[in-house]
Design a protein around this ligand. Structure first.
Ligand code: BTN
Length: 339
């Protein structure tokens, strides 16, 4: 069925069809049938895509073939690769902004819908947890904030951070690295941080208005992009894999996985997420030092409770519940893992 569409969505559709065909050619006739456009109109959209940096080969009597796409994260690059119903379908792309979380928060206050995403090539004031900065050099990594409007009481909103951590760790594992989650929401490869999540909330006592889930993933940056003090503890997917990462493909896979986990979580509750989080965790079974706003706590990380809080067994055998803080994982314990 032909769909009425803007030039932008026509270009997204052309890219979608060409990506699906891979190395094969798609005839101009097939494209014009699928889009409900004349062949001249299809050719014009292909020309427009070329001026945006897409290499599209055209061979008489065979058709069009997508040779390469620019390394950008606009909806033209990402939307054709998505398999989501909502997440990322409306994409607010910026070359350079302060913080995607700030922009997403304002958009949500102005009524943006569930699933809208703000993505930036560069952040000049990227925010990390606990007032820290998030290093955000241009054109190398993934920085985005998703606006979510789940029907949840505010006290359950932190669970969304663990949902996101599960999706992140799984997507990184699919990219061929042994990623693990460090409580509550850092994702590590070989003990170095590759991704972080900053969740911000707008709510009234009984009801969440919206949640902004901000995610930074180091994809293609190299050690010298990190400030000196982070070089020993930070990494990127490209450093771990030894090859460049296709950012649009990674973003599309992550958003698809994130929406699958969100749907499952909202349908069935937190238990299934908690079980998967535990499988992906590098924290449980470790001796840890936890720094909270109020104090420090040392002990064995034994579990996360049904709301996602970390349970730490101290020397005296007492189990403390930690809702928020920074975890330093001390020497790994020998013997069986804690449950
Ligand atoms: C952490 O400290 O681990 C959380 C880091 C979160 C960084 C991301 S990058 C995209 C989004 N915008 C921000 O300003 N922060 C989050």
């Amino acid at each position: 069925m032909a769909v009425e569409s803007t030039e932008q969505t026509q270009e997204e559709l052309i890219l979608g069809f060409l990506s699906e065909s891979g190395e094969d050619y798609t005839s101009g006739e097939a494209l014009s049938g699928k889009l409900g456009l004349s062949r001249t109109a299809v050719w014009k959209r292909v020309e427009a895509l070329r001026t945006k940096g897409y290499r599209i080969e055209a061979v008489p009597a065979r058709g069009y073939r997508l040779v390469s796409v620019p390394d950008r994260l606009t909806s033209l690059e990402v939307v054709p690769l998505l398999s989501t119903h909502d997440l990322g379908r409306t994409l607010h792309h910026h070359d350079s902004i302060g913080s995607t979380n700030e922009v997403a928060f304002r958009l949500a206050q102005d009524g943006a819908e569930h699933g809208e995403v703000v993505v930036a090539e560069q952040q000049t004031a990227g925010k990390g947890r606990r007032g820290r900065a998030w290093v955000s050099p241009p054109g190398l990594n993934l920085y985005f904030s998703a606006i979510l409007r789940p029907e949840l009481p505010p006290q359950r909103a932190p669970e969304l951070t663990l949902v996101t951590a599960v999706a992140l760790a799984e997507t990184l594992r699919d990219s061929g690295v042994a990623a693990a989650i460090k409580w509550p929401n850092d994702v590590h490869i070989d003990g170095r941080k590759v991704a972080g999540i900053l969740t911000e909330l707008s709510a009234e006592p009984e009801r969440v208005h919206f949640v902004v889930v901000g995610v930074g993933v180091n994809l293609n940056c190299q050690a010298d992009h990190f400030p000196e003090e982070l070089r020993a503890t930070a990494t990127s997917l490209s450093i771990a894999r030894g090859e460049k990462v296709h950012r649009a493909l990674f973003a599309a896979s992550l958003w698809t996985r994130l929406e699958e986990w969100l749907d499952l979580y909202l349908e069935t509750g937190f238990d299934v997420v908690r079980a998967r989080w535990k499988e992906l965790s590098s924290t449980l079974g470790q001796d840890v030092l936890v720094r909270t706003d109020r104090n420090e706590l040392r002990g064995l990380a034994v579990d996360i409770d049904p709301s996602g809080a970390l349970l730490v067994q101290t020397e005296g055998g007492q189990v403390e519940r930690v809702l928020a803080g920074d975890v330093e994982q001390l020497r790994p314990r020998q013997g069986p893992r804690a449950r």
